[in-house]
Design a protein around this ligand. Structure first.
Ligand SMILES: Nc1nc2c(ncn2[C@@H]2O[C@H](COP(=O)(O)OP(=O)(O)OP(=O)(O)O)[C@@H](O)[C@H]2O)c(=O)[nH]1
Length: 307
């Protein structure tokens, strides 16, 4: 064996000094929490009330239930958590948001359900000593998808967002959003061409206001909104397609051509029929295969205005 002469390095402490670390300076400020000044809690006229203050871009594991397979999964949530503060209140106590998030996560993952979020928001409002709280959490939701002919499974995902709010006077509000992908085939191209038709990957975004009729034991809004997007598309998106699957998907798209206008209207009709939806916004944005730009359409509708 060849002997290698290794360098003799200075100790880690000596190395840090070599690269500029210095001895601690004189410490004059208190180190005990009880003796520290508490700027956040200063009360004075600070000119304006603040609508939302808190923390954003908090990544944290979450546990979700699903109407599709897998029925339970752990995924990553991106949280924004805020409350308002009054004009005479200097600042919020930011550590309390993440402190409570950890407490509710049982050392593992925050269980995201409507009922758990209600408890959490009420608790957070009390802990912050404020009158309201807003929480938004966005996460990739995974679901199994099988090839239409082969039945071969793979994992798809859509991005889901829950925007929850609580205030002591008006109670709870839940908006939920699902952003999913679909296939669309251009009706115009099909109509005018001797053969073929160009197609697109479409991104459908559906945001709805849940009403009291939403029962999370009986329904899963993620699965329902995904179905509203996919069942009205030219075809669904699949992770695994063998040739018989590809033939089916291609022919199905040709038999169901859709403009972006068709998609938003058809999805709107499904949302209109969902009892637990009060208000909705649906957009469709297609990545065109014959342009560098996208095609886009949007509908916002409030069913309560029909009454
Ligand atoms: N309000 C406010 N806090 C900030 C800001 N930037 C950082 N901080 C946070 O201030 C926090 C510490 O303050 P608090 O959470 O009020 O800590 P504390 O007063 O010891 O906590 P309590 O015992 O709950 O009252 C740290 O978590 C920092 O992240 C800011 O712009 N505004």
């Amino acid at each position: 064996m060849v002997q290698i002469d290794r360098k003799k390095l200075p100790s880690k402490e000596e190395r840090h000094k070599l690269f500029g670390s210095v001895e601690p300076g004189e410490r004059t400020k208190p180190t005990e929490k009880k003796d520290m000044s508490d700027l956040q809690n200063v009360k004075k006229d600070f000119l304006f009330k603040i609508d939302q203050v808190g923390i954003a871009n908090v990544k944290h594991p979450i546990q979700i239930e699903s109407g599709l397979v897998p029925k339970q999964q752990t995924t990553i949530g991106n949280f924004e958590m805020t409350s308002s503060i009054k004009q005479n209140h200097k600042g919020t106590n930011m550590s309390r948001f993440t402190e409570l998030l950890h407490e509710y996560s049982n050392g593992h993952a925050f269980p995201i359900s409507i009922s758990k979020l209600k408890l959490f928001m009420k608790h957070l409002t009390d802990k912050l000593e404020q009158n309201d709280v807003k929480i938004s959490v966005t996460f990739p939701w995974f679901f199994e998808r099988k090839g239409p002919a082969s039945g071969l499974p793979g994992m798809n995902y859509a991005n889901a967002t829950i925007e929850a709010s609580y205030d002591v006077e008006n109670g709870y509000t839940f908006y939920v959003t699902l952003d999913g992908a679909i296939t669309t085939l251009c009706p115009c191209s099909k109509e005018i061409s001797e053969y073929s038709a160009h197609n697109q990957r479409g991104n459908v975004s559906i945001r709805v206001l849940l009403n009291q009729q939403y029962d999370e034991q009986a329904s899963d809004w993620k699965a329902d909104l995904l179905e509203a997007a996919e069942s009205n598309a030219s075809a669904r998106i699949h992770p695994v397609l063998k040739r018989p699957d590809e033939k089916m998907v291609t022919e199905q798209a040709y038999e169901n051509p859709r403009f972006v206008e068709d998609i938003v209207r058809l999805v709107a009709a499904d949302l209109y029929e969902m009892e637990y939806v009060d208000q909705f916004t649906v957009t469709c944005q297609n990545e065109e295969s014959i342009h560098l730009h996208d095609a886009f359409a949007k509908i916002t509708y409030d069913k309560r205005e029909d009454q």
